[in-house]
Design a protein around this ligand. Structure first.
Ligand code: ADP
Ligand code: MG
Ligand code: ZN
Length: 479
C-alpha cells in the first residue's frame, strides 16, 4: 500500500428551532413561498439589531456534550465577511476566535472495529439565503433569484480532525452523526433537504516518497451515498495525479451528479480573506456549569449507550445491537416486540431483515405495523400455523397494509397444513404414481426423498408442514 488517504470533515447542521438564530422569523421555511419568513434583522437592514435565540444555544450544547466536547463557559460571535448575493448583510455571523465547544470525539464502527474520530471544534453560525439560477428546473427563472427565507436559520458547524482514512469512514461518520441528531431531536438531519451538509477535505500521503498531496475540499455531496462516491472519485483523481508526478492543486471542487466526477469550483480561500472580527452587536455567550450539567442530565440514552444495553440486556450480538439502535424508532419498536414475545433474537431477525428492508423501500412513510404484528407473526410460526417461508411471504403485505398476519393467512389460504392424515393421503398418492423413484430410494439412493417432499409441497401450494412431510414420507417409504 503506497498511498494513505486522509480525510477531515466540516459538517453543517440546521437546528430545528422554531425561530431563527437572531430574530423571530420562523426557522421552518422548507415549504414557504420565497421571501415570506424574513424581517429587517435577517435581511440585514440598517439599524436592525440581533437577539440571540437561547434554544439554539441549548441545542448546540446538547450536541457538543453528545460528541464529548468541552463546552466553553465563554464564547463569542464573529463576523465573517464576504460578498455573495445570498448574504444580504455582507457578512455571516459565526464563531471564529472563541467557539462554543472544542475537543470532542465520536466513535464509529468500521467493519466490526471501533474507530475514534476526534472533533476539533463545534460552533454556531447563521445560514445564508438560497439562489435560484437562470434556467432553474423548477422556476424556469430567466434571471438569478434570491430567496432569503433561509437567511439566519441557526447552524452548528462541526469540524473533525483529519482522522478518517477512507470515503467509507466519512460516510459512516456522517450517518452516525445524523443518528445522534435525531436522538437529540435537534435537527432532522435530512441531507437531501440540506439540513445536514458535509464538506470534506481530502489529501493523500505518498508513503514511498514520504510526502503528502495538497488537500482538496469537496462540496455538494447531498446524500450519504454521494459522500462516499465523490470521495472515492477524488481519492483516485489525487492518486492518479501523484502517479503522473504532477502537483495536486489546493482547491475547492464540487461533486457533479450528472458526470459522477468532481469539478473545480475555485482556488481555496484563506482565512485572512474573510477579515474576521468580533460581532459588536451581540454580547458574549456565557454558559455556567449548572446550565451545562442540567443539559447533560437532559440527554436521552444515546445510540452507543443503547447499543451496550441491548447487548447486555437482550444478549444480542454487537452487530444486531448496532443496527437496531441506529434509529430510535426502530430501537423502541424492537423493545416493545420483545416485551410482547420475550424472544429477543427472533424479533431482532425479523426487524433487521424484513422490516428494515421494507422501511427502506417505503422511505418516510408512517409505520403501519405495530409490535403486535411482529408478535403475532412469531407466534403463528412457533405454533406451526404457518411456515417461516409463508411468514416471509406475507411480511410485505402486512407492512404495507397494516393487516394482522392471521388475517392475511386466512384471506390467502396460507394456513400451514399440519394435519398428518391429510399429508399422508397426498404422500401415498405421490408414492403410488412414482414407482421407479421409490425403487431408487429402496436401492439406497435416499436423497430422492427431496423429490417426494417437493411434490407434496407443490400439491399443497407450499403450506404443508415440512417437518411433518419429511417424517410421513420417510415412514411410508421405509414400510
Ligand atoms: P481550513 O483553514 O482550510 O479551514 P482547517 O485547519 O480549519 O483548514 O481544517 C479544515 C478541515 O480540513 C478539518 O476538517 C481538518 O480535519 C481537515 N484537514 C486538515 N488537514 C488535512 C489533511 N492533510 N488532509 C485532509 N484533511 C485535512
Ligand atoms: Mg475551516
Ligand atoms: Zn428575521
Amino acid at each position: 500500500m503506497r498511498f494513505k488517504t486522509v480525510i477531515g470533515l466540516e459538517i453543517h447542521v440546521q437546528l430545528s428551532t422554531k425561530t431563527k438564530a437572531f430574530c423571530n422569523c420562523s426557522a421552518d421555511v422548507f415549504e414557504l413561498p420565497p421571501n415570506t419568513a424574513v424581517c429587517p434583522v435577517c435581511t440585514g437592514q440598517p439599524g436592525a439589531l440581533p437577539i440571540v435565540n437561547q434554544t439554539m444555544i441549548d441545542y448546540a450544547i446538547k450536541l457538543a456534550l453528545a460528541l464529548n466536547c468541552k463546552v466553553n463557559e465563554y464564547s463569542r460571535f464573529d463576523r465573517k465577511n464576504y460578498f455573495y448575493p445570498d448574504l444580504p448583510k455582507g457578512y455571516q455571523i459565526s464563531q471564529y476566535f472563541y467557539p462554543l465547544a472544542i475537543g470532542g470525539h465520536l466513535d464509529i464502527d468500521v467493519e466490526g472495529t471501533t474507530k475514534r474520530v476526534r472533533i476539533r471544534r463545534l460552533h454556531l453560525e447563521e445560514d445564508a439565503g438560497k439562489l435560484l439560477h437562470e434556467g432553474d428546473s423548477i422556476t424556469q427563472a430567466r434571471f438569478s433569484l434570491v430567496d432569503m427565507n433561509r437567511c439566519g436559520i441557526p447552524l452548528v458547524e462541526i469540524v473533525t480532525e483529519p482522522d478518517l482514512s477512507s470515503p467509507k469512514e466519512a460516510r459512516i461518520f456522517t450517518e452516525k452523526l445524523r443518528s445522534i441528531l435525531r436522538y437529540l431531536k435537534i435537527s432532522t438531519g435530512d441531507m437531501e433537504k440540506g439540513a445536514l451538509r458535509c464538506d470534506a477535505n481530502i489529501s493523500v500521503l505518498d508513503l514511498e516518497k514520504g510526502v503528502s498531496s495538497n488537500r482538496v475540499e469537496v462540496k455538494n455531496m447531498n446524500s450519504f451515498r454521494f459522500i462516499e462516491k465523490a470521495l472515492e472519485y477524488e481519492e483516485q483523481r489525487i492518486i492518479n495525479t501523484l502517479l503522473k508526478g504532477e502537483n495536486v492543486e489546493k482547491e475547492t471542487r464540487g461533486w457533479d451528479l450528472s458526470t459522477k466526477t468532481t469539478v473545480s469550483m475555485r482556488g481555496k480561500e484563506e482565512e485572512s480573506d474573510y477579515r474576521y472580527f468580533p460581532e459588536p452587536d451581540i454580547p458574549p455567550i456565557l454558559v455556567n456549569r449548572e446550565r451545562i450539567e442540567m443539559l447533560r442530565a437532559s440527554l436521552p440514552e444515546l445510540p452507543d449507550q443503547k447499543k451496550q444495553r441491548f447487548v447486555q440486556m437482550y444478549g444480542l450480538p454487537d452487530y444486531d445491537a448496532m443496527v437496531l439502535t441506529a434509529d430510535e424508532t426502530v430501537a423502541d419498536f424492537f423493545e416493545s416486540c420483545v416485551r410482547l414475545t420475550g424472544k429477543s433474537k427472533e424479533v431482532s431477525n425479523w426487524i433487521m431483515t424484513e422490516m428494515l428492508r421494507e422501511m427502506k423501500e417505503f422511505n418516510d412513510e408512517q409505520l403501519r405495523i405495530k409490535p403486535e404484528h411482529i408478535a403475532e407473526l412469531i407466534k403463528l410460526v412457533d405454533v406451526g400455523e404457518i411456515s417461516i417461508k409463508t411468514a416471509k411471504e406475507i411480511f410485505p403485505e402486512m407492512f404495507k397494509t397494516g393487516k394482522m398476519p392471521s388475517q392475511i393467512v386466512q384471506e390467502r389460504g396460507l394456513k400451514q397444513l399440519s394435519d398428518e392424515r391429510a399429508i399422508m393421503e397426498i404422500a401415498k398418492k405421490i408414492i403410488e404414481e412414482n414407482p421407479s423413484v421409490v425403487n431408487q430410494y429402496k436401492a439406497g439412493k435416499t436423497n430422492v426423498l427431496s423429490f417426494f417432499v417437493g411434490q407434496v409441497m407443490k400439491q399443497t401450494r407450499g403450506t404443508a408442514n415440512p417437518k411433518l412431510v419429511n417424517e410421513v414420507l420417510r415412514r411410508l417409504l421405509e414400510e
